[in-house]
Design a protein around this ligand. Structure first.
Ligand SMILES: NC(=O)c1ccc[n+]([C@@H]2O[C@H](COP(=O)([O-])OP(=O)(O)OC[C@H]3O[C@@H](n4cnc5c(N)ncnc54)[C@H](O)[C@@H]3O)[C@@H](O)[C@H]2O)c1
Length: 286
């Protein structure tokens, strides 16, 4: 059985552990957290997952490494040095990082050719996307291997041609979230209504067609050119920026709409994951 070392057993690492183990991998899950054994027994019960307090020991003999530790460059540097030492020269060292560039993580590493980003979307075991991002020194062999591993796990791996801060998913998300905050701050719409608006329109559309496919269909039989020359030609307004000094009122409004705390979080996650599973099932059938 192929072995994967997953380093970090937080929100993302646990998701990866479920995914790899269900995909037939032997999982070595490393995290110094004192409740790791308990997590393996409860959240990962019945799966082939072994707990390790240290990353190096988990990575010994691994065929693939998926790092999901804290989002700090100094931490990742130290960790990737340890992982490079513990693994064979052809083993991919993939970081789940949402914001650190692979070239920065790989800086000074003798294993820079096999360090890349394998960036999931939360929840990592459910969301199909993995952005596979090369650093300046990442080999195409390492990229091919990562694409194959995520594809075999049933994910939708997308290979970026080069690194850029935020990669693609989070750059798009940032534009959308910033504009959502701006509209609430400007008193155009309530936070909850904005969420309902998105679920009833763009969210649903983008589960079936992407922005470009949508623009092409939006133009009718003449496609995107017609859209650009007609509706698109009038979209010349400025969109504004959120005011960082006025985040308090937005946070208050979101808290009032959805609440927070352990119980609300669990309810929210369960409802989100159930709906996501149902949508994925319907999309898979088509
Ligand atoms: N949360 C998200 O939505 C999300 C989405 C995509 C990618 N990511 C990325 O995934 C990574 C993990 O994020 P998260 O949200 O799961 O964080 P988290 O804080 O939930 O988990 C991090 C885990 O790393 C562990 N850790 C600390 N030191 C360690 C060490 N020396 N060895 C092994 N484990 C160690 C911590 O105990 C903790 O359990 C980050 O790089 C983040 O950018 C997060």
């Amino acid at each position: 059985m192929a072995k994967v070392a997953i380093v970090g057993a937080g929100v993302i690492g646990i998701g990866w552990a479920k995914l790899f183990a269900r995909g037939g991998w032997d999982v070595a899950l490393a995290d110094p957290r004192p409740d790791l054994d308990q997590i393996v027994r409860s959240e990962l019960s019945g799966l082939s997952v072994t707990a390790y307090p240290e990353a190096g020991a988990a990575a010994e003999g691994a065929d693939y490494v998926q790092e999901a530790g804290p989002e700090r460059l100094d931490f990742k540097h130290k960790l990737f040095a340890e992982l490079a030492d513990a693994t064979a020269g052809d083993v991919v060292l993939a970081s789940s990082s949402s914001s650190l560039l692979p070239s920065e993580i790989a800086k000074g590493s003798p294993a820079a050719d096999r360090i890349l980003i394998g960036h999931p979307f939360n929840p990592a075991d459910l969301m199909p996307l993995v952005e596979v991002v090369p650093g300046e020194k990442t080999s195409s062999m390492a990229m091919d291997r990562a694409m194959q591993v995520y594809g075999d796990l049933g994910k939708t791996p997308i290979r970026l041609k080069r690194e850029i801060p935020g990669f693609v998913g989070n750059r798009l998300q940032k534009v959308f979230n910033d504009q959502s905050i701006y509209l609430v701050q400007q008193g155009v719409i309530d936070a909850k209504d904005l969420d309902d608006l998105v679920k009833a329109s763009l969210g649903l559309r983008w589960a079936t067609v992407g922005p470009f496919e949508g623009m092409n269909l939006g133009g009718g039989p003449a496609g995107i050119l017609h859209l650009m020359q007609n509706v698109g030609s009038q979209m010349t307004f400025e969109i504004g920026e959120p005011d960082k000094s006025k985040m308090g009122m937005v946070i208050k409004e979101v808290d009032a709409a959805y609440g927070n705390g352990e119980q609300k979080y669990e309810q929210g996650v369960t409802a989100r994951d159930d709906k996501t599973r149902k949508i994925l099932k319907v999309l898979d059938e088509n």
